[in-house]
Design a binder for this molecule. Sequence first.
Ligand SMILES: NC(=O)c1ccc[n+]([C@@H]2O[C@H](COP(=O)([O-])OP(=O)(O)OC[C@H]3O[C@@H](n4cnc5c(N)ncnc54)[C@H](OP(=O)(O)O)[C@@H]3O)[C@@H](O)[C@H]2O)c1
Length: 311
Amino acid sequence: MRVVVAGGTGFIGTHLCTELDQRGHDVVALSRDPSGAGLPDGVVTKAGDVTDRDSLEGPVADADAVVNLVALSPLFKPDGGDEMHDRIHRQGTEHLVAVAEEAGVDRFVQMSALGADPDGATHYIRAKGRAEGAVRDSDLEHVIVRPSVVFGDGGEFVHFTKRLKEIFAPGVPVYPLPGGGRNRFQPIWVGDLVPMLADSVAQAEHGGETYELGGPDVLSLRDIAEKVFESEGRSISVVPLPMGLAKVGLTVLGSVGFPMGRDQYRSLQFDNVVSDNDVGAFGVAEADLKTFDEYLGLTAAGDGADATATA
Ligand SMILES: NC(=O)c1ccc[n+]([C@@H]2O[C@H](COP(=O)([O-])OP(=O)(O)OC[C@H]3O[C@@H](n4cnc5c(N)ncnc54)[C@H](OP(=O)(O)O)[C@@H]3O)[C@@H](O)[C@H]2O)c1
């Protein structure tokens, strides 16, 4: 199949393009600036911007499948403000869907996020919900994938956790987190997620499905922070970050080039766990997935595990 991966130069995109290339597909990675993405030689790169519909027509024209991985991170306030989530996630998806419909593609895979909801609490979650609506309302045979947070080499989550502490509470063994970090995540390793995405592209039985995908463990943000620092031989105490101090903190973070706002603070307070883990739809048991501990090198890694924590 000829597969166009929009956002194919990003964290999940580079892993997915590599997997699709290894499976023998003709892969095109599309992004605004795809140069130097470190993709396999067999992957063709093309420039396109989802905010500019015309720029997508050429790259998508002869595609059999399109995967939409274009993203603005929920962890940082975007350049241009939180409204950019609507522009990139909702309108960008509408453009990609329209161009894919015109091209007559056989399969559209939409990367969404857990909790996607057109009436949700943050700009990111609302835009993700509206983007799902655009895909469902289209004539395209589609698969919608909603993962919890994804970890792995090249990802931003582990790095974000370390950086937040460095800026917020440098040099002390205390880590202030919203709500004491009680909200829960179900982190999934990129190496486990990507084969499921590749199956979603090519296997007929996934057409029309929406999948919630999470890893083997439910961990609070506090657990995650403690594990990240433990993997570096450091011990920290997580303490609740009062709202008043958080407001001051958000201003401080913004002033040192770590753009967080109210939306990003909120997104760190919601649970991000699956209601039903759909990994079984891909013939995978939850127990076979890589744990966060294995990735960080805190327990023995399973077969083929890469215990280097560089995310
Ligand atoms: N990482 C996670 O933990 C996680 C969790 C749940 C869901 N997701 C979802 O998974 C998908 C991929 O996430 P990721 O972490 O791989 O993101 P990422 O590393 O930030 O990659 C984003 C990609 O989108 C491209 N892009 C950004 N703006 C664009 C535009 N206007 N037009 C075309 N391309 C554009 C970027 O390349 P250029 O900058 O060159 O344009 C890059 O290739 C997203 O839908 C994200 O919401 C991620």
